[in-house]
Design a protein. Sequence first.
Length: 326
Amino acid sequence: MAELGATVRQIRQNKGLTLAEVADEQMTASFLSKFERGVTDISTDRFLHVLDRIFTTPEEFFYVHLGPTATKTWGQDGYYNRNTMFRRLFGQGLHLTSKAEEQQTLADVTAREQAGFARYQNAPTLINTLYWRVQQVMKQEVVSVLHDEPLFIKKHSTGEYSREAMHYLYNVNDWGEFELYVFVIFAAAMRPDDERRLFQVALKRSQKYSSFPAAPKLRFHLIFNQLFLEMNRQAYAVVAEELPQYAALLTADPDAEQEIWYRFIRAWWLYRTDHQVEAAALGDSTVKLATTLRMTKMAQFVQSELAVVATHGPEHDFSFFQQVVE
């Protein structure tokens, strides 16, 4: 147990979390300090609770504890309670499937933003700060949907809502899965130069997750999100540099769904860089591939959205903007 406690302290300190921030009604700071120093033992349930509090999966903990060459035996989700972590950072999810629901969601997220600010003022801890900022980000996303305008890409990428997240990420030496999710959540609200620097860190740090059963698509999601951001920024030269990274991931770890997404984004990019004939051919072959693989919804998405891309300018691309956090 003494060695486990030392690893908990290593991860906690790497994230810049204090004993007081990790402690809660189930576990005092004094008890946690004793556990980290090997003075006291801990039950399995309480140990898993500690991992929740330091935003670390059991799989990731033992990766750090035993080293990257250790045999991985986890066969399920990996997170003891991933949903709990997401709720602490996000709150409840948003639903925007109808105009009436959009108005109610705006009212809900506005109330959450106000409550988050009150929590932040009362205790400006890392998680309270990030929770408040996430509510601000989500509120702006809802407002953008209501006004039928781009999400952050042009108007809101000032860094105002992401500065604490960026400061945190810049100061964590060894990112874990939690840090990768923080990056994904705040990426669209960052200034492009900052976001691109942190994306390269995220991609590098995510390499270790290629062997994690719990996060097999994490690296794919990072590059997928980045390409959607850059296409909506109309940063086509940047996309030209990043598409080969997506292709390299697929070569190393073939995945049918991600292959469809890669082809869709490449066709989208070809349209926007005046290669209409090649784009149309790639789009048609992608729809056929998705149909053959019985990915009916993806085939319909690719066909419908590429039709929009082919007939409208880039100012319409925000209408199918996507970011994946899971």
